[in-house]
Write a protein that binds this ligand. Sequence first.
Ligand code: 5GP
Length: 195
Amino acid sequence: MNRSDRGKLFVLSGPSGAGKGTLRKKVFETVQGIRFSISCTTRPPRQGEKEGIDYRFISEEAFLSLLKEDKFLEHAEVHGHYYGTLREDVEQALSGGLDMVLEIDVQGAFQIREKMPESVLVFVSPPSLEELEHRLRERGTESGEHLRLRMKNARLEMMKAKDYDYVIVNDDAERASEELKSVITGYRSIREERK
Ligand code: 5GP
């Protein structure tokens, strides 16, 4: 396959509650030929999350064994749980000419930039940390110590936003998803022109 026929890798990061998933789902409603990489995690499923759709929920033992076999393109420990992207999933999509979106934390994003410098890093930011805390409380999936941990991590993640290729402020999901869509379609038109 010609290099220009390969798909592009888009990495979406941002604090949990910033709305990465919502933006990605909105974009996927209208953009074809793009896939979402379903990460492996040792975190237990939240209410409503589905195995093989939101994540592959696996045991710590299974995770460590995949890690040892070098099956992860990137991995990280976030909020006390392991998360990782399977190398094979990404390779399969890109070599099949499909674009792929990873929703991963900042540690993982910089591992991807090291290994695949041609990938595009997009940071999804909440309008403010106060608004983020408000969203997390509303979501009701975290409270007490867990909420504090996520807010602490959010502050650290926000400091890395400046190292991303794009920063999208999610103050309005409609507008922010249009912005994400233009990033993706922008790269596609460059690819078409090179053919
Ligand atoms: P959550 O538990 O809220 O679903 O995810 C916590 C954090 O882990 C989020 O920032 C999410 O983007 C990140 N994450 C999810 N999957 C992966 C992955 O495969 N690798 C890395 N490095 N981070 C991930």
